[in-house]
Design a protein around this ligand. Structure first.
Ligand SMILES: Cc1ncc(COP(=O)(O)O)c(C=O)c1O
Length: 299
């Protein structure tokens, strides 16, 4: 990234950043978004009166060639939830377009700390700090309960975001901010992330090994980074599998839950499986229960 303290505004997580940017009218729609993403975020944008249009997502990430809007929201390092990184050609293309149209890219880097077997992808923000609003969050690295995040902003947007945030710090507690600063300065945050990276990598490896053995027809994807993977299922089996998982008390979502209502491409059957949350003692049983509800080879 390329930024400094004068361009950083602390907020209470990515959701708050969206509220400040769009609810606070710092940025305006229409907004291009990825065809798969969090429905909660689409809801926040709709509440702010922002119309969103989906860009289809393929093996190289969002299809930037279809971008018509001046504002676009992306998860370039690890598309959520499909897990693909945005192809370097598309990274360059989206930054070039934003420069040419005077537009802006909102970069959601929700799990940037967790890369396993690929080189870290630099933030898109580093390519053009004047055109990218970078948003980071501790929700994956520490806990979503903390409600802490930060925006690295183009200089021209800083005052407007501060005005939208208001005079008193009403959202991210100053005590939490100071504690996080101390955690960072002391090196304890880095040690924590390194330790968790190893733990999550082991969990990911256990999942992929168990799948290869017990359900080789179910292909995991997006496994090189993050705290979740997508299991591609045989066509037409997603809904029944999600219901079976619910009955087995396994909290997973189908890909349909993430699909933009206006997405045009053919829907893909799959499960989004987060593997970070179960307590250590519960992980093995949860994984076995998940394997038990997966459809057989012929669905
Ligand atoms: C796609 C995506 N963006 C952002 C976040 C972080 O959101 P927040 O900082 O509001 O907890 C998450 C979840 O942790 C996420 O899945």
């Amino acid at each position: 990234m390329r930024t400094d303290a004068a361009h950083i505004v602390v907020c209470s997580g990515f959701a708050h950043a969206l509220r400040l940017l769009f609810g606070g009218r710092v940025l305006r729609g229409p907004l291009a978004v990825e065809s798969y993403g969090l429905a909660f975020h689409r809801g926040l944008l709709a509440e702010a009166g922002v119309r969103t249009r989906p860009l289809e997502v393929d093996a190289d990430g969002a299809q930037i060639d279809d971008l018509r809007e001046r504002a676009v929201l992306l998860t370039p390092a690890h598309q959520f939830p499909t897990g693909v990184p945005l192809h370097p050609r598309r990274r360059a293309a989206v930054v070039e377009r934003a420069g040419a149209s005077g537009g802006v890219i909102v970069e959601d880097d929700y799990d940037g700390e967790f890369r396993y077997d690929r080189r870290p992808v630099g933030a898109l923000q580093g390519l053009d700090p004047d055109r990218v609003v970078y948003v980071g969050s501790v929700s994956k690295s520490l806990s979503p309960a903390l409600r802490l995040g930060w925006m690295a902003l183009p200089g021209r947007l800083v005052d407007a975001v501060l005005a939208a945030k208001g005079e008193r710090e009403a959202w991210a507690s100053a005590l939490d901010q100071l504690t996080l600063a101390d955690f960072l300065r002391s090196g304890a945050y880095d040690r924590h992330v390194r330790r968790m990276r190893q733990r999550y990598r082991r969990r990911r490896d256990r999942c992929t090994a168990a799948l290869a053995e017990r359900a080789p027809h179910v292909r995991p994807s997006g496994v090189a980074a993050g705290l979740h993977m997508v299991l591609r299922l045989p066509d037409g089996t997603e809904e029944a599998t999600v219901r079976a998982a619910e009955r087995a008390r396994i909290a997973v979502d189908g890909l349909a839950a993430f699909r933009h209502p206006d997405a045009a491409g053919p829907p893909v059957d799959g499960l989004v499986v987060g593997y970070a949350a179960p307590a250590e003692h519960a992980f093995g049983p949860a994984l076995r229960a998940l394997l038990d509800v997966l459809p057989s080879r012929d669905g």
